[in-house]
Structure formats: structure tokens, C-alpha cells
Write a protein that binds this ligand. Structure first.
Ligand code: SGN
Ligand code: CA
Length: 515
């Protein structure tokens, strides 16, 4: 890919799209395509084999990109759940859609892409994690988890009525999605949002998949024992696997003797009884021997940290496996019903996640692991696009893209861009930098408020409010973001330029300058 770059025109410059295999412009669609938009919660690109083969193979998720398009540089604008979901719906940054954190109630009177699709004649449905406090609007049918939802025997609110469904949440959300598809007459195109709870904390695997990753010796990330030198905001975190990850709550070490007493034990004691006797029996058959072995080992220090990391990976990856299997079921359903040919399938997550990098779990920071999110799309037959896109795309782009695919006009108030022009083999004017703003503070993970700019090579971040710290990273020479270059004289001019571009982005997106 050739990029013509000038710091003066960082927002939009010409980029040549040469990375696509098939390059004819999209043909006119005879009828509007159906849309299946699948979004998981906290699924990292490190644990999807489209992006990274070190930990797990995810053949069904990979299939979407293999038969469609893989976005190699896909980012969120505010790496946390409810804000990401509001960005998805509105195509606007957090400061404009109002969902600045997980505590706010989403203003559901706003213009959203499901509403516009519904008005254009689509049948619309939302199934799974919603997390926006206000009731869904713009959907003919909705069946949502309450708040974060539960992995086992979860409670749903179906079109306003609360019900409990027996089973494992990832299976259930997929079943409900297929049931809704079954109910469609075929008179209208459909748009189905499938929003999984997995792979969110506390990473409770399906009992059928327990132990699948036990024989793997996951290498620790190089920066697992990061000392956060020169990065004051990172040092203030409360999301360290070694120090903060709870042995009982996160890692399920609920010993019968009550000897493992941890701050979050009481919460796990509240979640465990949700399982029915059969589920508990399978669960205990797996975890009890691990608990006994763990107590016998008496691990401390680095050895304990390594043990926690391994257990975390085992549980998290089991949840990913379940997602992959269930996406496979849904893709097979589309094939069997003859729907695949005229259905757009999107897979993404509400943000990325730390798999031990910097010693962490959770997200929120503008560092790469939580700024990035998976994004693969498969288009209707005849659409012709297969390959990879390396442009900087962001979750503000999802709503405009889906509207564009449906042939519905994109409101000028939406701030994202349709990704469709990137799929044709033409020079495309595209952004050269993305804007990010994380606003939830205080929070349980100690992440400071911050905003910043990322180009394809550099990232400038300002942590603010109870702190005033700038960070600059060269992602080419320091992809792990260990060396803050903000005080390096050789970067002084670059910092001035990036601050100017950051201010331009804030002005362009209608965000007042911050401090
Ligand atoms: C919960 C989790 C946090 C997590 C937030 C936000 N704690 O509060 O670890 O950062 O959700 O996650 S838990 O004890 O409830 O598991 S988000 O994906 O919904 O934004
Ligand atoms: Ca999330």
C-alpha cells in the first residue's frame, strides 16, 4: 500500500488501495442485503487467529475474513463497553452521543442506524448484551441481557418482559438469533445484531469445553513484568494480573475450607449458585482438583503471577472457543437456509483486551491491545471484495458503512465514514489519523481520563484531570509502547505537529479542547 503523507494534511490525504485481491467496483444490488452484525465483548485480536496465531485457532471467525475482507488496522474511539455500543449505533464520538462512560443512560431518542434501516423497510433485531440502561429503540424485536448479563442460565428482557433461559449464554444468544431468523417471512431484508456476553470477565467457560487449553504452556508476554517507567498513568492502574486479579472471583479458586479469602470472593459466591446441579457438578469436577493442587503448591511472587496468567488464559480462551463454535453454527445456518449469498456478515468486538501485556487484563487505555478491535466482513455474493484493508478504520465507521450497504442515505451528523470506498480498487481519500477519548474516571481499574491521536506510526496521548501527563510512542520502533518519547529532543518538532493535528481533529469532531 502506498501512502502519500504530509503532516499538514494528516486528516485526509490520498491513499492508494492496493491490498485488495478483487478490485471491481461493487455491482448494483438487486435487493438490499441482509445484515448479521456479530459483536463480542472484550475479545482481543491476540486471540483471533485471523490476526494472531500464537494462542488459539478460530476457524469460523477466520472464515468471515477469508471469504470477505480483513481490516488490519481497526480501532475503537473509547475503549469501554457502553460507549462503544453507543458509537456503533450513532456513528458519533462519545462526546456527541452522550454515552461517555458505562454509568450514563443512553439517550435512545437519537438517530441510530437500526432506526434508519427500520424506516427503510428492514426487519431489525437486537439479541444479547445491550448495556445501555435505556430500552432499545429502532428494533422490531429485542431480547437483551440485563446489564452485564450472566454466563449461566442468564436473565433476558424480551421486548420488555423478563425471562430466564437455561443454558450457556453464548449458545443461547446464537439459538435466539436463529429463532428470530426462522421467524422472518423473507418479505423484508433483515438486520440482526448478535451481541455476545463472551469474552467478558469473569471468563466462565462452557462446561463442555473445560480443560481444552490445559496442556498449553503459554509464553508470558515480554512486558508482563512491566515497571511502567516513564508512564505515570500506566503505573496507577488497578488491572494487574499479579496484584489485582482475584484468585476466587476471576480464577474460580473457591475452596470449600474457606481458606482462600479474597476481596471479591463474595461476588463469586453470588454467581456460582446460578449454575444448576448438573452444571455445578461438571464445574466442580474440573476446578476442585485445580483448587487442591493450587493450595498444595503454595505459590508466591513471580511463580504465583505466572500461574494466574496461565489460568486466566485457559478460561478466557475457552470462552473464545465457544464464540468461534457458535459463529460457526450461525454461518452454517445462513448457508443451509440459502441466506449467505445476500447477507453481509460482520464480526467485531466492543474493544480489545490485555492478555498479560504490561502485566494486565481489562482495557480502557489507548495502548494498542485495547485500542484495536477485530473487524472482518463478508459481503453478498457478487459483491466481489476479498482481501485486506490496512487503512485506519474506527468504530464510528460501522453505522455509515451498514447504511451505505443498505442503500440508505448516511446522515451528515454521523462522524464516521462508510468503509465501502476502501473496498474498490480506486484511490480513496481517507483519514491519516484517528481520534480517541476515554472518559470514565474514577473507575475500578484506576485508568485516568485521556485523549489522543494515532497515525500509522505515532501515538500521542494526554492523561488529564487529576494528572497532567503526555506520552509519545513510536509504534514502529516500540510496538509494545514501553518508551515514552515525550521528552526526547529529536521528537520535539513532531510533538508540536501532532498536537496541532490533535487539535484539528478535536475541532473537526466538535470536541472542545481539553485543558
Ligand atoms: C465490570 C468488570 C470490570 C470491567 C467493567 C467494564 N468488573 O465492571 O472489570 O472493566 O465491567 O467492562 S466485574 O467485577 O463486574 O467483572 S465493559 O466491557 O462492560 O466495559
Ligand atoms: Ca467490553
Amino acid at each position: 500500500m502506498v501512502i502519500l503523507r504530509s503532516m499538514k494534511f494528516i486528516f485526509f490525504t490520498l491513499t492508494l488501495v492496493a491490498s485488495l485481491v478483487a478490485c471491481s467496483p461493487p455491482p448494483q444490488q438487486a435487493s438490499p442485503p441482509n445484515i448479521v452484525f456479530i459483536m463480542t465483548d472484550d475479545h482481543s485480536i491476540q486471540t483471533m487467529s485471523t490476526y494472531d496465531q500464537r494462542f488459539i485457532s478460530t476457524p469460523h471467525l477466520d472464515r468471515i475474513g477469508k471469504e470477505g475482507v480483513i481490516f488490519r488496522n481497526s480501532f475503537v474511539s473509547n475503549s469501554i463497553c457502553a460507549p462503544s455500543r453507543a458509537v456503533l449505533l450513532t456513528g458519533k464520538h462519545s462526546h456527541l452521543n452522550g454515552q461517555v462512560d458505562n454509568f450514563t443512560r443512553f439517550d435512545s431518542s437519537q438517530v441510530t442506524f437500526p432506526k434508519l434501516l427500520q424506516q427503510a423497510g428492514y426487519a431489525t433485531a437486537m439479541i444479547g448484551k445491550w448495556h445501555l440502561k435505556s430500552q432499545p429503540t429502532g428494533f422490531d424485536h429485542w431480547d437483551i441481557l440485563i446489564n452485564q448479563g450472566h454466563y449461566y442460565n442468564p436473565d433476558f428482557i424480551e421486548n420488555g418482559v423478563q425471562k430466564t433461559t437455561e443454558g450457556y449464554v453464548t449458545d443461547i444468544i446464537t439459538d435466539k438469533s436463529m429463532q428470530w431468523l426462522d421467524s422472518q417471512s423473507g418479505d423484508k431484508p433483515f438486520c440482526l445484531l448478535v451481541h455476545h456476553k463472551a469474552t467478558h470477565r469473569i471468563w466462565m467457560p462452557d462446561t463442555a469445553l473445560l480443560g481444552e487449553f490445559d496442556d498449553i504452556d503459554f509464553p508470558l508476554p515480554d512486558n508482563f513484568f512491566d515497571a511502567y517507567e516513564g508512564r505515570e498513568a500506566a503505573a496507577a492502574h488497578v488491572m494487574g494480573i499479579a496484584r489485582d486479579m482475584d484468585l476466587v472471583y476471576d480464577l474460580k479458586m473457591l475452596d470449600e475450607e474457606g481458606e482462600i479469602q479474597t476481596p471479591y470472593r463474595k461476588y463469586y459466591e453470588g454467581i456460582y449458585p446460578r449454575m444448576n446441579p448438573q452444571q455445578q457438578a461438571a464445574w466442580d469436577a474440573y476446578y476442585q482438583p485445580i483448587i487442591e493442587d493450587f493450595k498444595q503448591k503454595g505459590l508466591t511472587g513471580d511463580e504465583l503471577a505466572k500461574w494466574k496468567y496461565k489460568r486466566y488464559m485457559q478460561d478466557y480462551l475457552s470462552c473464545v472457543r465457544s464464540v468461534d463454535n457458535n459463529v460457526g453454527r450461525l454461518l452454517a445456518y445462513l448457508d443451509e437456509k440459502g441466506l449467505a449469498e445476500n447477507t453481509v456478515v460482520v464480526y467485531t468486538s466492543d474493544q480489545g483486551f490485555y492478555m498479560g501485556e504490561h502485566g494486565w487484563f481489562d482495557k480502557r487505555f489507548m495502548y494498542e491491545e485495547s485500542l484495536r478491535t477485530p473487524l472482518v466482513m463478508r459481503f453478498p455474493k457478487g459483491f466481489g471484495q476479498v482481501g485486506e484493508v490496512t487503512h485506519l478504520v474506527q468504530n464510528i465507521d460501522y453505522a455509515p458503512t451498514l447504511l451505505d450497504l443498505a442503500g440508505v442515505a448516511i446522515p451528515s451528523s454521523m462522524q464516521g465514514l462508510s468503509l465501502l470506498p476502501l473496498l474498490t480498487h480506486q484511490d480513496t481519500a481517507w483519514r491519516e489519523a484517528i481520534y480517541y477519548h476515554y472518559l470514565e474516571f474514577p473507575n475500578e481499574h484506576g485508568t485516568k481520563k485521556h485523549y489522543g491521536i494515532r497515525t500509522d506510526r505515532y501515538k500521542l496521548i494526554h492523561f488529564y484531570e487529576d494528572i497532567d501527563v503526555w506520552e509519545l510512542f513510536d509504534l514502529q520502533t516500540d510496538p509494545q509502547e514501553m518508551h515514552n518519547l515525550i521528552a526526547a529532543p529529536e521528537h520535539a518538532e513532531r510533538i508540536v505537529q501532532l498536537k496541532t493535528e490533535l487539535a484539528k481533529l478535536q475541532a473537526a469532531y466538535g470536541e472542545p479542547a481539553i485543558r
